[in-house]
Design a binder for this molecule. Structure first.
Ligand SMILES: Nc1ncnc2c1ncn2[C@@H]1O[C@H](COP(=O)(O)OP(=O)(O)OP(=O)(O)O)[C@@H](O)[C@H]1O
Ligand SMILES: Nc1nc2c(c(=O)[nH]1)N=C(CO)CN2
Length: 157
């Protein structure tokens, strides 16, 4: 991950803890390690973030099974939300880049780490992260999420 971290460092604002999370969407696979990064670059478009995420996946030699939509992969970087210079959420139903990410509101593995960075945060179109995490089915999923303080993606400072 060294190259990926070097690429992200100039735009990195903060990074959540790393969490070990049960596989979502396709149970027949090992646990995942998930984290959220908050990045800022006022010159970047939403599409730039997708391109950067995919460039890092490629650089890191991402391996996945193309026949299993939610199957195992060595690295997956999704763009969850993008805010414009006025602080407004960028909305898109383009399948190449859907914003907010169309499954973020269903995923404790996204929202639990996000709550570390912004406990008062909101997922546009779905409400407060904290409220989403308290409701079912997310509350049950959160109970199975484990912080891994022995692992770290990167320190923003
Ligand atoms: N918000 C988004 N973030 C990342 N990829 C997106 C987004 N919206 C649409 N896509 C598209 O989804 C395609 C598949 O991406 P990816 O392989 O990461 O999906 P997946 O892991 O199968 O599913 P998921 O997106 O549910 O994690 C990408 O090529 C990309 O164009
Ligand atoms: N826990 C967990 N489950 C997943 C994840 C992930 O990042 N974490 N990503 C997936 C790809 O869409 C499918 N399932």
């Amino acid at each position: 991950m060294t190259a990926a971290i070097a690429e992200l460092t100039p735009v990195l604002e903060s990074v959540s803890k790393v969490y070990e999370t049960p596989p979502w969407g396709d149970p027949d696979q090992p646990s995942y390690l998930n984290a959220i990064a908050l990045v800022k670059d006022e010159t970047a478009t939403a599409r730039d973030w997708l391109d950067r995420a995919q460039a890092i996946e490629t650089e890191e030699g991402r391996v996945r099974d193309p026949n299993r939509q939610f199957g195992p992969r060595t690295l997956d970087i999704d763009v969850i939300v993008v805010f414009d210079a006025e602080g407004q959420p960028v909305l898109s139903d383009d399948p190449v880049l859907t914003l907010p990410h169309p499954r973020a509101h269903l995923r404790a593995f996204v929202l639990r780490p996000w709550a570390d960075l912004d406990p008062d945060g909101e997922l546009p179109g779905h409400g407060r992260i904290d409220d989403l995490l308290r409701g079912e089915p997310l509350a049950s999923d959160v109970a199975a999420v484990r912080a891994r303080p022995d692992l770290r993606i990167q320190s923003a400072g």
